[in-house]
Design a binder for this molecule. Structure first.
Ligand SMILES: NC(=O)c1ccc[n+]([C@@H]2O[C@H](COP(=O)([O-])OP(=O)(O)OC[C@H]3O[C@@H](n4cnc5c(N)ncnc54)[C@H](OP(=O)(O)O)[C@@H]3O)[C@@H](O)[C@H]2O)c1
Length: 241
């Protein structure tokens, strides 16, 4: 039986992946803050749970120290999204909150769980295709996901000699409580079921970069290759439309 640890397993993409891996016969360690959701998940024979807040570095380190199970796969998926609504009153507390959860908290989880990944195992980071282009109001979220993308690519180089493969997952829009809060149009939005299926397929092939849905993330990826002046023009047009 293979073992996967998933952060952010109490909602959205992470919850769907936890249920799907458990159904496929994996032992799942589901992580999150929501105790009720964790208890519900743990009623499944194949799912154990671990409760912690991404911003509690001491607790994450303690969980890492106490952890005894060898892991085939670790998916660092937990994250939050908040937008800067008034750039002239740039909310540094908001910026700090998002970076602390999405970047520092994810790095703390990497520090705690990498020592438990088996030789030949895998580590995945969930970033976002939002970091491909400079979207307005996304200063904090986009910056946090750009950091995750770099972290994933860099750590992949250092983990290669340890025979641990690293994947970066860059979703487009997926229907979850996180996107339910958005008040703007979300083209080519997919279900958590589709996202989970495509992410799990990519991970089984040990793909370095898993982008889902493919068409939307490919378009964003291509636009992200353009000169910054053109990206800026496109981003301004999106604000005005
Ligand atoms: N949905 C999309 O369209 C989309 C697109 C691109 C990237 N992503 C990324 O995909 C990941 C999952 O997003 P989602 O859409 O599935 O969101 P979601 O439904 O809001 O789920 C977020 C998960 O992260 C956990 N989490 C958030 N802050 C936490 C904290 N401080 N400590 C511990 N756990 C925390 C939540 O746990 P609790 O509920 O227990 O607090 C929850 O399980 C995120 O990294 C997100 O940025 C999503």
């Amino acid at each position: 039986m293979k073992t996967v640890l998933i952060t952010g397993a109490t909602s959205g993409i992470g919850q769907q992946m936890a249920l799907d891996y458990a159904k496929d016969g994996w032992k799942v360690i589901a992580c999150g803050r929501n105790q009720q959701k964790l208890a519900e998940l743990s009623s499944n024979d194949n799912i154990d749970s671990s409760q912690f807040d991404l911003t509690d570095a001491e607790r994450i380190a303690e969980i890492g120290r106490d952890h005894s199970q060898a892991l085939d796969l670790v998916i660092l998926n937990a994250g939050t999204c908040e937008y800067i609504d008034d750039v002239m009153a740039f909310d540094t507390d908001l910026f700090r909150r998002v970076i602390n959860s999405n970047v520092i908290g994810t790095a703390d989880c990497a520090g705690a769980f990498i020592p438990h990944i088996k030789t030949g195992g895998q580590l995945a980071f969930v970033g976002s295709s939002a970091s491909f282009l400079p979207f307005n109001r996304a200063e904090a979220y986009g910056a946090s996901k750009a950091a995750i993308a770099y972290l994933a690519q860099s750590i992949a180089v250092d983990l290669a000699p340890h025979n641990i493969d690293v994947s970066l997952v860059s979703p487009g829009f997926v229907t979850t409580p996180l996107t339910d809060k958005n008040d703007f149009e979300m083209p080519m939005k997919i279900s958590v079921k589709q996202a989970s299926e495509e992410i799990r397929r990519g991970l089984s092939k040990r793909k370095k970069h898993i982008k889902t849905p493919r068409l939307f993330t490919s378009i964003l990826g291509l636009l992200g290759q353009l000169p910054h002046s053109i990206q800026h023009w496109i981003a301004l047009r999106m604000v005005k439309s």
